[in-house]
Design a protein around this ligand. Structure first.
Ligand code: LLP
Length: 384
């Protein structure tokens, strides 16, 4: 599966992106949303902003969900049209907002009254109208890691439901603001469709409330969140987009002419990426054997930060007898561990080790701690 012979002369660690799988995933998304005339998908750039990966996603016709001025810049450079860019974030700076206004992005997902006032002022300074949607905190829990739930009342994101009518009225009275919709996002790595169903029910309630006030919403953005199978990256590498879109189609009451927007990140790129690293030493400790890699938490921080599981395989010795290792990195931190008591084919110095399902929140979250270089990302087609 991996062109190991071609890896020999490349410095490790690096990210390897399977572009065939990416294209299959994108085709699946396009086929599924093709069934519904009002669905728009904005890829969440935060999951992976590698310019080569972004280019392929923009060529498939998706829009972009951005959370900073630089993400908007990366999206534009990769060919995403401004008319398909949405911009969320709790702390948009004046410079970033102006960048969005000057580029005529589709929509600001506004997270507070304070921010609304600043967008109004800045849009006025350019004699423009800024389109905004309010990010409402739906207070819907998701069965996922507590660090990546976002839709609970205790989280910093969005505007409380109780304030919804008030902020909409404020926005409607602002001359340089065009209120165009509502935005939600309940969290990430969600595998239980009931969680999305709960969001649909909440949106239905809120829409009914608004209708009583005679308010019609043109756009509903339901965020991202669809999870991937980290344990079995080979089994069904394309996530279940069919069920994901169906949950919304079945449970959300859509008004005439309303557009539904989605912001998937992980589900688009998670399974396409593998961190390729080498065993530097196999060290016998008093109780354990350590497989020490040249990749560390600086290259892939998910295990250290969220206790996340990633499937690890010795691709130099795929049929080798299995041994138990603590798979660790070179960084001077005890949390620099990819897996403890992990069964993997016996490894020797120099073996290539693949850390799978690392396409989302991998390369983009890398750091230079210990003066390490940032990992490079290569597309599979570069090895042809
Ligand atoms: N929309 C909004 C408003 C978001 O905050 C996020 C992710 C997404 C869309 C995309 O969600 P996805 O489809 O990827 O679940 N670094 C963590 C994940 C953080 C997610 C942040 N927000 C991780 O490695 O698990």
């Amino acid at each position: 599966m991996f062109p190991i012979d071609k890896f020999q002369n490349i410095e490790t660690p690096f990210y390897y992106y399977d572009t065939e799988l990416l294209r299959t995933t994108l085709n699946t998304i396009n086929n599924e949303i093709g069934k519904y005339e009002n669905y728009c998908v904005h890829y969440a750039i935060k999951a992976n902003a590698n310019p080569k990966v972004l280019r392929i996603i923009s060529e498939a016709g998706l829009g972009a969900d951005c959370v900073s001025g630089n993400e908007i810049k990366a999206a534009l450079e990769a060919g995403f049209p401004a008319s398909k860019i949405v911009y969320a974030g709790v702390a948009k700076t004046d410079k970033e907002i102006l960048f969005g206004i000057d580029n005529d992005i589709f929509c600001f997902n506004c997270e507070s009254i304070e921010e609304l006032e600043v967008i109004q002022q800045l849009a006025a300074s350019r004699s423009k109208k800024a389109r905004i949607a309010f990010r409402i905190n739906p207070d819907v829990g998701a069965h996922t890691h507590s660090n990546i739930t976002t839709g609970l009342a205790e989280n910093k994101f969005g505007i409380p439901m109780a304030d919804m009518e008030k902020v909409i009225m404020l926005a409607k009275n602002m001359p340089n603001i065009e209120f165009i919709g509502l935005h939600f996002h309940i969290g990430s790595q969600i595998l239980e469709m009931e969680d999305f169903e709960a969001l649909c029910n909440r949106i239905n309630e809120l829409q009914e409330r608004l209708e009583e006030q005679g308010i019609v919403v043109q756009n509903i953005n339901v965020g991202g969140g669809l999870g991937i199978d980290y344990e079995n990256p080979n089994q069904k590498p394309v996530p279940d987009f069919k069920s994901f879109f169906e949950v919304y189609a079945k449970n959300m009451k859509v008004r005439h002419g309303q557009k539904i927007h989605f912001e998937p990140g992980r589900s688009v790129v998670g399974q396409i990426g593998t961190l390729i690293t080498r065993t530097i030493y196999v060290k016998k400790g008093t109780k354990k054997e350590f497989c020490i890699l040249d990749a560390g938490m600086t290259d892939l921080i998910r295990p250290a930060l969220y206790d996340a599981y990633h499937y690890i395989e010795n691709i130099s010795n795929p049929n080798g007898v299995s041994k138990e290792y603590d798979v660790v990195g070179p960084i001077c931190e005890s949390s620099d561990v990819f897996a403890k008591n992990y069964d993997m084919a016996e490894t020797r110095r120099g073996d290539f080790i693949a850390i799978r399902s690392a396409g989302a929140y991998g390369e983009i979250m890398a750091s230079q701690y210990n003066c390490r270089p940032l990992p490079i990302g290569y597309l599979s087609e570069e090895f042809k």
